[in-house]
Design a protein around this ligand. Structure first.
Ligand code: SF4
Length: 356
């Protein structure tokens, strides 16, 4: 099956200037992965690992000081075959946003206008992106749409503040699916909700995906949510991919030390032992560690990890890991640490300064 979205060696950096000092924050640094039709793909990782920057680039929301300094984000569907990175904002608005790619944000109030009834917000989106020929027909269409998603039609006549947080988030999903987009990016859609409401929102997201057979990119740090919902999961750390695989593989047989830590830190019913935390904190991405970016916190770190960036290994069907220890377990020869550059964020030449 051909991918719907192909991200290839993507590098997205922030360039900031403060008090005469310029910094380059390598938020996404050499990320490659594919999203396929009819799947829920989980993107996991702690805060500041580059998740938000990655989805900003995928959705074409690239604004100063964020720059894409390398790589491609190729979207292929229904006669469209475009690199999202090279599209103008006008092209993105006319052809991609809402119709092909839509976005469910963490805080639904960011997308719902607080002084307009929900139906007016729906009307604004439809009028801008498709046009409204007949008001009665539009009302019927929106009423049918929310009913299909299990929402009462009264929500359309409410103001956002009259709805609960969970209901607003479900309305945000309904809004994101008006035009049946091929890709829905859900950014921490349940983070601010309690567990019961969270369950309802996740069920709705699964139902939408199952019925439309589209692709959902689900971004959350909550591994339990991925375990419940995602078909495949990618683990990011400090702007790079650490591991990617089918959800069962990631949870039952993780290989990367960081993934193992994330899974081991999940609470289990009846187990009262304290969870060990990782030493240290995520690196400063304006001055990331050389070699494997996880090495200052990794219990399995070796000399080679401090200088050489690990290759991404294809272990089995749809299971990839970037780790020297895993390469060793697989019987592959390790690179010599003394042949790698002693400093710098990557073993590859850094083109950033030329490109910014
Ligand atoms: Fe740990 Fe080295 Fe693997 Fe990085 S490459 S995760 S430091 S063992």
């Amino acid at each position: 099956m051909d991918p719907l979205l192909s991200v290839t060696d993507l590098k997205a950096y922030y360039r900031t200037e403060a008090y005469g000092v310029s910094r380059t924050v390598r938020a996404v640094d050499g990320v490659s992965f594919d999203l396929y039709p009819n799947e829920i793909y989980g993107l996991a990782g702690e805060s500041s690992c580059g998740k938000t920057t990655l989805i900003k680039v995928i959705s074409g929301n690239i604004k100063n000081p964020l720059r894409v300094v390398g790589g491609q984000v190729r979207f292929t569907a229904e006669g469209i075959d475009r690199d999202m990175v090279s599209m103008t904002s006008d092209e993105l608005r006319k052809t991609m946003r809402w119709k092909q790619i839509s976005y469910v944000m963490q805080g639904s109030m960011s997308v719902l206008n607080p002084v307009r009834r929900i139906l007016r917000t729906f009307a604004d989106i439809v009028a801008t992106h498709r046009g409204i020929r007949d008001r009665a027909e539009f009302r019927k269409e929106m009423s049918d749409h929310v009913a299909r998603l299990g929402l009462p039609s009264e929500v359309l006549h409410s103001f956002p503040h009259q709805l609960s947080g969970g209901m607003r988030q479900r309305v945000a999903i309904a809004l994101a699916t008006i035009f049946h987009p091929k890709l829905i990016i859900a950014d921490e859609p349940t983070t601010a909700l309690d567990v019961v409401v969270q369950r309802g929102v996740l069920q709705m997201l699964k139902q939408v995906q199952a019925e439309s057979r589209n692709t959902v990119l689900l971004v959350t740090h909550d591994m339990a949510v991925h375990a419940n919902v995602a078909d495949r999961v990618m683990i990011m750390y400090a702007g790079r991919i650490m591991e990617e695989g089918v959800t069962e593989t990631i949870f039952q047989a993780p290989r990367h030390p960081y993934t193992k830590h994330l899974i081991a830190s999940l609470p289990k019913i009846g187990e009262r032992t304290a969870r060990a935390s990782l030493p240290g904190s995520p690196p400063n991405l304006s001055d990331p560690p050389a070699g494997c970016r996880f090495h200052p916190r990794c219990p399995a770190a070796m000399d080679v990890c401090r200088t050489v960036v690990p290759e991404t290994l294809q272990l089995a069907d749809r299971h990839r890991v970037a780790c020297h220890a895993v390469a060793m377990e697989e019987g592959l020869p390790l690179p010599r640490p003394d042949l790698a550059p002693a400093t710098g964020s990557t073993a590859a030449p850094n083109r950033t300064e030329d490109l910014l």
